[in-house]
Write a protein that binds this ligand. Structure first.
Ligand SMILES: Cc1cc2nc3c(=O)[nH]c(=O)nc-3n(C[C@H](O)[C@H](O)[C@H](O)COP(=O)(O)O)c2cc1C
Length: 219
């Protein structure tokens, strides 16, 4: 698949079919993604691929915690600045409108929003999830390495006809994830990624700032 096509067709899919993802496809994708660049070649990503019974156990454990009103484990890092300001706020609001408003859930409908958000912890129906950790002492630039790596994985998944959704919400229940991954204590969960075949009925608009808002040419 052409790189432009992989980039343009990648989207965060939030509804997957139950068609399983073959292990050899995942191995091919992850073997190629290992070619992603990183500062001083540290390759600071540590990935756990979970499917089958372990994923079912994890989905159930977190669903029970969410249903019991458990707000999650202590947070190890902030996902956003304390105050999300313009122009980021408008972009975030537009996403919320796409995720919740499009499904008939109003802005003030806390329970409705929570119900849709909880679909995250069912991996949106996907039967495979990847959990990405990095060592707790890795400074900011190494997090960028991990982002580059994850996008490489996502584009390679497109080349295999697969889709994905990266999910930072998994970090909210990182202890439940660690119960399944058995990641060593020096590793910190950054995010999960649901992987599978997109439900053909899934559709979501692409929401992006115009190029002039994010890119400056000086020539
Ligand atoms: C690091 C990262 C974490 C994300 N976490 C979540 C998440 O927890 N749940 C979710 O539904 N989407 C999550 N997303 C998806 C973003 O909402 C999405 O990338 C953004 O709205 C742009 O849409 P697109 O990916 O469909 O192009 C995450 C994306 C990234 C890159």
């Amino acid at each position: 698949m052409d790189v432009y096509r992989a980039v343009r067709t990648r989207q965060s899919v939030r509804r997957f079919t139950d068609q399983p993802v073959p292990r050899e496809v995942l191995e091919r994708v992850l073997a190629a993604a290992a070619d992603a660049p990183s500062g001083s070649n540290l390759q600071p990503w540590n990935v756990y691929v979970v499917s089958g019974a372990p994923l079912a156990t994890l989905k159930k454990a977190v669903a029970e915690r969410v249903a019991a009103g458990d707000c999650g484990d202590e947070r190890e890092f902030a996902n956003y600045p304390p105050e999300v300001r313009s122009p980021y706020l408008e972009r975030m609001t537009a996403l919320g409108e796409g995720l919740y408003g499009a499904r008939g859930v109003a802005r003030g409908d806390i329970a409705g929003r929570a119900r849709i958000r909880a679909e995250n912890w069912n991996c949106f129906g996907a039967g495979t999830a990847l959990f990405c950790y990095l060592d707790r002492d890795m400074p900011v630039p190494r997090w960028a390495d991990v982002g580059i790596y994850l996008q490489t994985v996502m584009l390679l998944l497109r080349a295999e006809g697969l889709h994905s959704c990266t999910q930072e919400v998994w970090a909210e229940y990182h202890r439940s994830v660690a119960d399944v991954t058995a990641a060593p204590p020096e590793r910190m969960l950054f995010c999960g990624m649901s992987i599978g075949f997109a439900d053909p009925a899934f559709a979501q608009p692409r929401i992006r700032a115009p190029l002039s808002e994010t890119v400056t040419f000086l020539d």
